[in-house]
Design a protein around this ligand. Structure first.
Ligand SMILES: [Zn+2]
Length: 285
């Protein structure tokens, strides 16, 4: 399969294009969220794109607002289970700052979703920051992470974090068709005593991967979020439930246009303008 990311005009957002289906386009927004369990999928007029979260995370994490993602398959490649290969492809293509001011969803009031002991909420705040806590059976236990995306930490601290699964669940998931391609090359496989396939990339790689997934799922709001997100034991279904609730509650957010700096100020700071790829990026699989 081939996945190609192409530069796109300001204001176009992130759009998937199925090259195997007459270039049918599916914009990455809340209207097209399909089903969500172990991965997030988009559907429009019966056409599906599945497992969108890692690529969307890489795009938002690297500050890309506008891009066309061409793919000749319904499922995005899992690669090494992280977003790092996408980040590398984006960096090798280059990032171009566009003339249009960046349009964000600025959170004005808290929006929360609670389900048993799972929780996720978004609150007013400068920039885009995420606080995530997880609690899983041993050997993971409890982990927490706080990341400020404006600090350009995504590529170094979030993108390399791989997805994970328990060896004990492997057969069950495979039988359900949920982890078709999962294996030691594209996921951390957890045994009773810890990872069975080599050392972790970070001691807290598990929670960092949850942050990675969250960034990708919240991309489905359609524009970059300006606010602070708090998640506790959440997952794809909770992430996308927050997107729906936020978009529905029109009093909870506004479309903000980051002001253009006056000529007296130094060169435009990174976050003020929309960005596209400078050249096509190819991810051959
Ligand atoms: Zn993931």
């Amino acid at each position: 399969m081939t996945l190609r990311m192409l530069p796109a005009p300001a204001g176009s957002g992130i759009v998937f294009r199925r090259t195997d289906l007459d270039n049918f386009e599916i914009p990455a927004n809340g209207r097209n969220v399909a089903k969500v369990s172990y991965a997030t999928s988009l559907m429009r007029q019966g056409v599906l794109i599945s497992t969108t979260e890692h690529l969307l995370s890489a795009l938002i994490g690297m500050g890309i607002d506008n891009v066309i993602v061409e793919i000749d398959n319904l499922e995005l490649p899992i690669l090494d289970g992280s977003a790092l290969p996408y980040v590398d492809a984006i960096l090798s293509a280059g990032i171009r700052t566009q003339r249009r001011r960046r349009e964000t969803i600025r959170v004005l009031r808290p929006v929360e979703v609670r389900e048993g002991d799972k929780f996720i909420g978004v609150y007013p705040g400068d920039g885009y920051s995420i606080q995530y806590s997880i609690e899983f059976p041993a050997p993971i236990g409890r982990q927490s992470a706080l990341i400020d995306l404006a600090a350009e930490t995504y590529g170094a601290f979030i993108a390399p974090a791989r997805t994970f699964g328990y060896k004990a669940d492997e057969k069950k998931l495979r039988d359900m068709g949920l982890i078709r391609g999962a294996g030691p090359d594209n996921a951390i496989i957890l045994g009773e005593n810890g990872p069975e396939n080599g050392p972790l990339r970070f001691a807290d790689e598990y929670v960092r991967h949850k942050v990675l997934d969250l960034i990708g799922d919240l991309a489905l709001a359609g524009r970059r979020i300006e606010g602070h997100v708090v998640a506790e034991r959440a997952g794809h279904a909770m992430h996308t439930a927050l997107v729906s609730r936020l978009l529905k509650d029109r009093s909870a957010w506004e479309l903000a246009h980051v002001p253009v700096p006056s000529s007296a100020e130094p060169a435009a700071p990174e976050n003020l303008a929309e960005k596209e790829l400078a050249h096509p990026a190819l991810q051959g699989v």
